[in-house]
Each structure stands twice: as C-alpha cells, then as structure tokens.
Design a protein around this ligand. Sequence first.
Ligand SMILES: Cc1cc2nc3c(=O)[nH]c(=O)nc-3n(C[C@H](O)[C@H](O)[C@H](O)COP(=O)(O)O)c2cc1C
Length: 219
Amino acid sequence: MDLIEGMMTQKSIRRYTDEPVTEDEILQCLRAAIQAPNGGNSQPWQWLVVTDAEKRRRIGEIYKRAWDRYWPAITRDAELPDSEEERERGMRTARSAIHLSEHMGEAPALVMLLGHAEYKNFQLMDDDGPVDIGHTYYTSLVPALQNFMLAARSLGIGTCLTTLFRVHQDDIRAVCGIPDEYEIEALVPMGRPRGNFGVAPRNPVETVTSWETFGAYRG
Ligand SMILES: Cc1cc2nc3c(=O)[nH]c(=O)nc-3n(C[C@H](O)[C@H](O)[C@H](O)COP(=O)(O)O)c2cc1C
C-alpha cells in the first residue's frame, strides 16, 4: 500500500470482525513501531500483547468501567457545536466510542504500550539546573504508536488509540502482571474493520499552517 494513502485513511476503527489477528501480523506491526525515532535511541518502550480471551474479557470490563466515569465527566459541561454537520460528526464518533466501550474485550488483539517511570521522570541537568529539552518520553512513544497503527493499516487491520482506561490503570496492571514502575500509556485494540477505512474529517491544513511568521496563513 502507498504510504500516503495509508496515512490518509488510518482513522480510528472501533468495530471489528471476529477474524483473528495473527502473531506474525502483530510482530510485523511492532517491528515497524520500534523503528520510530526516539530520544537518543533510548527506546523507552515495552509492548504487551493480549490475545487470551479471558484476559481480553477482563480488560474489556475494566475499560467499560473507566468509560462509565469518563463519559459523564467529558459530556458534563460540553456545548453542542453550532453546525448540524459538526453535531452529526460528533454523534458518529460518540456512537463508535460507546460501541468500543461495550466491546473492547471482543477485539481479536489488545496491544499495550508501556513506558518505564525512569524515562518518564528523566530530567537533564547541568550546573545551572534543569535543561529543558521537552518531554522526550512522550515524544518518543507517540511516533512508535503511530508507526504501529500505520503498519496495521497497511495489513488491512484497524486500530484505535485509547487512553481512558487509565482511570483504572492499576486493575489492568493486575490482569497482566505489569509492575508498578511501568505506566500503561496506550491500549490499542486491533481487528479487521466491520466497515471501511476512510479519510477522517479535519479542518483544512491551510487554516493551521503559518508561513515564515506565526499567523501568516496562505489560501
Ligand atoms: C491521546 C488520544 C487518546 C485517545 N483516547 C481514546 C479513547 O480512550 N477511546 C476512544 O474510543 N478513542 C480514543 N482516541 C481516538 C480519538 O477519539 C480519535 O483519534 C479522534 O476522534 C479522531 O478520529 P480519527 O482517529 O478517526 O481520525 C484517542 C486519541 C488520542 C490521540
């Protein structure tokens, strides 16, 4: 698959068929993931793959419990968009996310990205104190996640980056024996899409791109 086509059509997929995702496919995606750029080639990641049905079921139940706190909180003060089109778009995403909250455990594979606290808390110092070079922990993990999801896309496998499970991260740790010093930064369900890949709606790139001076938009 053409790389740009893959990127343009790698939207969140939250409904999956029952067809399994094979170990080879998962490893192929993970090999692509760990080729991502990362600070100083520190490779601050561990990956945890869950295909066992009982473990998936338990993680799905935890995700649903997290959803049940997340959803009322995120919608509590939310204002509806003005345009009908935007309202419909929001409803579509909500329906899809609600579906995932109820079926996470049925996704053929769940892949978690773990980061070690040592990397998360890393602070570069010199004699004058902290040397701020940005959050290299997150900026190292995110390209790997995106590589992972793009590789899945190229194999016809849908994914959805999720983080709201963090409400009950410790319960997921317990299911999979993840030590406390690892943060679970993402939980990515994988499966063949029930439905189609496609181009996700975005504001035009011209509206978020300045040239030479901030605020100098073209087009
Ligand atoms: C940091 C982050 C956290 C996210 N967490 C969740 C989540 O917990 N559950 C979920 O259903 N989607 C989650 N998403 C997916 C977003 O809802 C999705 O990317 C967004 O609506 C845009 O849709 P698209 O990916 O189809 O283009 C998350 C995405 C990001 C980048």
